[in-house]
Design a binder for this molecule. Structure first.
Ligand code: PMP
Length: 424
């Protein structure tokens, strides 16, 4: 009887209906993708295609070779036998998982080795490593700032940094992309009103392939006593004469920067994220930043070992960085010679966007697939409306023929009228 009374006292749960476009703006995009790539359509669906084999400049889908410009393999280390062997050895030695949060039993020797290697590579006093670049950004920004603080960030910051800024509770203001006048104005208007002001920028911008104006940012941060955090997800390993990132590129001491966030998934052939900065700051984050090492399991032995081997190889073989930068310069040159608009991307940065109206971009992705090339479009809401683009990631592995052949297709198609799309 008691049980039946308890049951009848439960509030009646409302079963939620289907997903709606009112609740989720992205739902409209999903419906559009479904209508474009349905079973009656002649267009190949470029999303979630499972590959087999490793990633180099070529990968396999259903036993066919495709040249890819959608994968991060900047330094060509994803398929390096030494990186793979290091991951296999780590599994044999430590098993497949860390087994706990690092502080309480999940620590393996390799974690420390990787942190030392990353600190040395990036030129900072110390580094700390967690399971993802995304969570490193969210956690560090969310932890370090609070409602007493101000965050001034470039409007093109990655979603993870924005999410961290929102989570922190700090006042958050975006400044127009790379606009140092606007940043200065905001610093002036808000001078001395907050405990701490954090300027958030990316080293190389992930949608545009351009670089932060670091000398100007450093001047402003020093003038106004602000902190600077740089997301070096795409610039660590790729930018600067030996790939050490934007400080090396602009010849600025790393001591001018409070914190960088980096990822192991782009240059370093693995999965995970890291933060690098002064010993004092990193020690604090290492012990207390929730979602990085605390309240989250340590990065797996295989991922740790692969990243460690990749960082050591990036350091020992700087010719990889040179090859990547030469490829990136050539790709942009070829694209522009063929009449494509690569926006403000900086020659040598391994992200090259090509502006293409979004309906056409959706079709072009399929056409490229039919021709055994992979390149994905980025559309609203990831980029502003009317700023859709095909975004290519260049690798040290790409050949001139691979780059030129794909660009020929893109150039030819972007000058023709739209295909008729079945199912629309
Ligand atoms: N920052 C930037 C600029 C990125 O582009 C990404 C991922 N694409 C991240 C952070 C997140 O890194 P990860 O993929 O390692 O989670």
């Amino acid at each position: 009887e008691i049980r039946s009374k308890l049951v009848s006292a439960q509030p009646q749960m409302q079963k939620s209906e289907t997903l709606s476009a009112e609740d989720y703006a992205e739902y409209a995009l999903l419906q559009r993708i479904h209508s474009l790539y349905n079973s009656e359509s002649s267009l190949k669906n470029p999303y979630f295609q499972p590959r087999s084999g490793t990633v180099s400049s070529v990968l396999q889908i259903a036993e066919k070779d495709y040249v890819t410009f959608s994968n991060y393999n900047y330094l060509g280390l994803s398929h390096d036998p030494r990186v793979k062997a290091a991951a296999c050895d780590a599994i044999h030695k430590y098993g497949t998982h860390a087994g706990a949060a690092r502080m309480v039993g999940g620590e393996i020797e390799l974690h420390r080795d990787l942190e030392h290697a990353l600190a040395e590579f990036s030129g900072f006093e110390a580094a700390t490593v967690g399971v993802g670049g995304y969570s490193a950004n969210v956690s560090a920004i969310g932890y370090l700032l609070d409602k007493r603080d101000l965050i001034l960030h470039d409007e093109y910051m990655h979603n993870s940094a924005i999410k961290g800024a929102v989570m922190s509770g700090a006042r958050r203001i975006a400044f127009p992309h790379n606009n140092m006048e606007a940043l200065k104005r905001l610093l002036e208007e808000n001078r001395s009103q907050y405990r701490k002001t954090l300027i958030l920028v990316e080293g190389a911008y992930s949608m545009d392939g351009d670089l932060v104006d670091l000398p100007a940012v450093i001047e402003l941060k020093n003038q106004f006593g602000a902190w600077l955090m740089i997301d070096e997800a795409h610039s660590c390993g790729t930018v600067g004469a030996t790939g050490r990132g934007v400080c090396e590129h602009f010849n600025i001491p790393t001591s001018e920067v409070e914190l960088i966030v980096g990822t192991l998934s782009k240059s370093f052939a693995s999965c995970g994220g890291f933060l690098a900065g002064s010993k004092k700051l990193i020690e604090l984050l290492h012990h207390f930043c929730p979602g990085l090492l605390l309240y989250s399991t340590g990065i797996s032995p295989a991922n740790t070992a692969a990243a460690l081997a990749a960082v050591q190889l990036a350091q020992a073989e700087p010719e990889r960085v040179t090859r990547l930068q030469n490829n990136s310069i050539l790709f942009k040159q070829l694209a522009e010679t063929k009449g494509l608009d690569c926006r403000t991307s900086v020659p040598g940065v391994p992200i090259v966007p090509m502006m293409i109206e979004d309906e056409k971009a959706l079709q072009l992705m399929s056409l490229l697939l039919e021709n055994q090339f992979i390149s994905h479009a980025v559309m609203h809401p990831v980029v502003p409306r009317d700023a859709a683009r095909l975004r290519c990631f260049i690798s040290a592995d790409h050949t001139e023929t691979q780059m030129s052949s794909m660009l020929d297709i893109i150039a030819r198609e972007s000058n023709t009228t739209n295909h008729t799309v079945a199912g629309q």
